[in-house]
Unconditional design. Structure first.
Lengths: 307, 547
């Protein structure tokens, strides 16, 4: 087990390095630069700025310097766009925000999604099943950029219950709408995966044996069926969790939460190289970490899997 | 000196206002001058579309950032509600007879928010810092634009920053030397780049000096909270020299990326003012619903199309008659009334009519009906040898945006119907667009320009053959000469009029409309400078009346 974890970490390091290099190449391949503007800067001013950010260096040196600063000093450099802030500042301020609403979205999505899926499966082909499938198809096909304005119109403008956006230090009332907007489509996917995998498990031999032994339905489902049925759900949850805690562009920009999701797109538009790199690395590292956690959970759920 | 007298007169007026004001400690229930009943809570909340790149005066580069900087810091001069310069940290100034040396006298009671006095040395430090290549300020060119002695050499790193033409004669006297007379120089020191910064704090904390923990400013407000992409909060400063006349206690800026969302939150009463730019097409219905709160004010910005006049341009583009025909065939009224419908003004000159001291020349096209313009356009195109047997096809390049697209579609229809010109539309993502346009890879390209200061040269300098912003590649020696001469004249308005006349014939650009600023403003908020064409607002001028 420990050697498995060690091996995975050993593979993770080159993976992240490859990620950095590819991102760098893509970044420089894109036309334009961080300091192009409606009114181009005078050449001398541009030269000063490029010198300050090291853009006058050859590409290989920029990559090496960048990697060195990240590895040796954990310094992701200054933001090219927000000139008095560094990437570390931006992530330190924005990541807790997305982590908070992403985590609660995850909790909501898992609880509601699994419940819906299980009920749909055990009441297969009844109105409960149809209702649950209907809800999850509806939730999945309603994109969050449609969902978000609808939530604001209903809860902010008509009912006046909740603020239409902002974060304000993460008070509960600011959390509700982003969590609903972010969790629905994940919830729908989880419900569908749970339902189909639960159906498969319920039809398998060991469940039939359990029924033949005369166990109660509740016991069969909670004790015997749920755990194996969770395997496919779990492989979905790993990447989904990463996507949720690194935030959503739609949620961040629509609800003005100040999370890092919004930088992912804005940094690309602004050619804010350092912010783009910082967030790419953060997401890459989290993805690797959570895939590892999922793999370890597999072994716990399914005794057949050994590392 | 004429300028000095104007300044004194406004100082006197301000003093009279203050003198007549019976203003009790903290908030009396009524406004000291107008007598309106004031709201109990004096808090102003407004939204911006994007996070501000920087609120450091030395680095500030955008309109919203400048508004924050004007609250947190105070420069030599401020603007009154009409945009005229009035005393700020400087109580007044003198100009030498050759108009090349300005001597500012600083007030004794100006202090930083940590209690230390604001000195002439703070200004020297700030200006040297803005020009210093190590600071790499995107607005260092502004110091050069002000024509300060040695600015270009300092920015290029060829001379030490101490050679910059700004000197502290003593703690309260600042001397500025410029290399050419600039009639609008006093206007220029109302801009954030020229504001002082506290040397002792900047040197101690580096980039972090501008965070709420370490912030020290000399403005009417101090920075109390900043969350990137979410909010920026500033509160009334207790050390500001004129704090007794500041009514608004707290100002909150929220970043709301989506203009529809900002409008919804304004309707829900969460914000007092939305960012400039209402959702496309909504202004007419908003005016009907909120006649006093849906605002449209003229602004110093022009929307135009560049005609490619480089050697590499297609043959037809080199013929002035074709360019004139294309310009004439655009029905600006349809564009402002039906496509944009937010109170914009049709443009026949590059410089907006609202610009100070600018007399709009009688450009021929402006006086004609659209039917007459179309007739003339057809005649010009035929004369140039183009028509159904020899059609022109061209491409309009614009950056991806709904409104740019709508305008391009409307224009292409007008060209097609009136002139038989075949148009294709090419939209590009912003950075790619800038690169293509800058390199001259276009037939016709969309552009917008906003004045840096309230004077026609901020627009017309773009027509200079050596201007870095001359994307059309326009090169007319007479225009260059008129621009050069204008810098030396006490009243250059005749030159500006002449240049507009020339470009209306040469048509390097097709002016389409002059922008308006559209926003929603809560009725309870008073003191907004509607008459300041640059919309340079100061929170300390605002107050909320009781509902």
């Amino acid at each position: 087990m420990l050697s498995f974890i060690a091996r995975r970490f050993a593979v993770a390091i080159p993976t992240i390095l490859v990620l950095i290099v590819i991102s760098f190449i893509l970044m420089f391949a894109a036309p334009g630069g961080p300091f192009n503007a409606e009114r181009p800067l005078p050449p001398q001013v541009l030269a000063n700025i490029e010198a300050k950010y090291g853009l006058d260096q050859p590409y290989w040196k920029q990559i090496v310097d960048y990697v060195w600063n990240v590895v040796a000093h954990f310094d992701f450099g200054p933001s090219f766009k927000y000139k008095d802030r560094s990437v570390n500042d931006i992530i330190a301020q924005g990541f807790p925000v997305t982590l908070t609403y992403g985590f609660w979205s995850f909790v909501v999505a898992v609880i509601v999604g699994v419940t819906l899926g299980v009920f749909a499966a055990i009441r297969h082909n009844t109105w409960i099943d149809y209702l649950a499938v209907g809800i999850s198809i509806g939730a999945q096909s309603l994109p969050n950029f449609v969902m978000a304005p609808m939530l604001v119109i209903v809860f902010t403008l008509w009912l006046g219950w909740l603020p239409g956006g902002g974060w304000n230090g993460g008070q509960v009332q600011y959390l509700v709408l982003p969590v609903i907007a972010l969790s629905t489509s994940y919830m729908a996917s989880i419900a569908r995966i749970t339902r189909s995998s639960m159906l498969e498990v319920l039809n398998s031999g060991f469940i039939r044996t359990a029924r033949a032994k005369g166990l109660s339905d509740t016991r069969i489902i909670l004790r015997h069926a749920l755990k194996p049925a969770m395997l496919p759900v779990l492989s979905y949850l790993g990447p989904a969790f990463v996507l949720m805690v690194t935030g959503s562009v739609i949620v961040d920009s629509y609800f003005s939460t100040g999370g890092i999701g919004v930088y992912f797109v804005n940094a690309a538009f602004n050619r804010d190289y350092s912010v783009m790199m910082g967030i790419t690395i953060l997401m890459g590292a989290l993805t690797i970490l959570f895939n590892l956690i999922v793999d370890l959970l597999y072994a716990w759920i399914d005794p057949k899997i050994r590392y | 000196m004429k300028l000095k007298n104007t300044l004194k007169a406004s100082t006197a007026a301000a003093l009279v206002l203050i003198g007549t004001a019976v203003y009790a400690e903290s908030h009396s229930a009524t406004h000291p001058v107008t007598g309106e009943a004031l709201a109990a809570e004096q808090m102003f909340t407004y939204s911006t579309i994007d996070e501000i790149p920087s609120i450091d005066p030395g680095l500030v580069e955008d309109v919203e950032g400048s508004a924050v900087v004007r609250d947190l810091f105070e420069g030599l001069l401020n603007q009154d509600s009409d945009g005229n310069p009035i005393p700020g940290v400087a109580t007044g100034y003198e100009v030498s007879d050759d108009m090349l040396t300005y001597t500012f006298t600083l007030r004794d009671n100006a202090v930083w928010s940590d209690g230390s006095p604001v000195t002439a040395g703070d200004f020297v430090y700030a200006w040297q810092r803005a020009a210093n290549p190590e600071t790499a300020s995107p607005y260092s060119w502004y110091i050069e634009l002000m024509s300060i002695e040695n600015a270009a050499a300092v920015i290029a790193g060829e001379k030490p920053i101490t050679d910059l033409g700004v000197t502290a004669i003593d703690d309260k006297t600042l001397e500025v030397r410029i290399t050419q007379p600039l009639p609008y120089f006093p206007q220029m020191v109302t801009h954030g780049t020229t504001f002082p910064v506290p040397q002792h704090v900047v040197e101690e904390f580096g980039n972090d000096w501008i965070t709420p923990e370490h912030f020290v400013g000399n403005g009417a407000y101090v920075l109390t909270e900043r969350v990137l992409q979410e909010r920026l909060v500033r509160e009334k400063s207790e050390t500001y020299w004129d704090k007794d006349n500041v009514i608004m206690d707290k100002v909150v800026m929220l970043v709301i990326n989506d203009s529809t969302q900002a409008l919804t939150r304004w309707q829900a009463g969460e914000i007092d003012k939305t960012a400039q730019g209402l959702p496309p097409g909504q202004y007419p219905s908003l005016v009907a619903e909120y006649p006093t709160e849906a605002i449209a004010v003229p602004s110093l910005c022009s929307y135009y199309y560049n005609m490619n006049m480089r050697d590499t341009a297609p043959e037809w583009a080199k013929d002035a008659r074709v360019r004139q025909a294309l310009s004439l065939a655009i029905d600006r009224d349809i564009i402002v009334e039906d496509v944009l419908s937010a109170g914009q003004f049709p443009a026949y000159t590059f410089t907006p009519g609202a610009t100070a001291g600018f007399e709009v020349p009688t450009v021929e096209a402006a006086g004609m009906t659209q039917a007459e313009r179309n007739e003339k356009a057809k005649a010009l195109l035929a004369e140039a040898g183009y028509g159904s047997d020899n059609p022109i096809s061209l491409e309009i390049l614009y950056n991806t945006s709904e409104s740019h697209k709508s305008i391009a579609i409307a224009v292409s229809q007008m060209w097609k119907q009136t002139l038989g010109v075949e148009t294709t539309l090419a939209n590009m993502e912003w950075q790619t667009f800038l690169e293509e346009r800058g390199n001259g890879n276009f037939d016709v390209s969309r552009a917008g320009w906003c004045g840096d200061y309230n004077e026609a040269s901020t627009f017309l300098d773009l027509m200079n053959s050596s201007s870095g912003y001359n994307d059309a590649g326009y090169n007319n020696a007479e225009v260059d000469a008129l621009l050069a001469e204008a810098k030396t004249l006490e009243d250059p308005s005749a030159n500006y009029t002449k240049i507009e006349e020339i470009i209306s014939v040469d048509v390097p650009i097709i002016p389409i409309y002059h922008y308006t600023e559209n926003f929603m403003l809560n009725d309870a908020v008073k003191g907004w400078p509607f008459d300041n064409v640059q919309q340079n607002w100061y929170s300390r001028e605002l107050y909320k009346v009781a509902e």
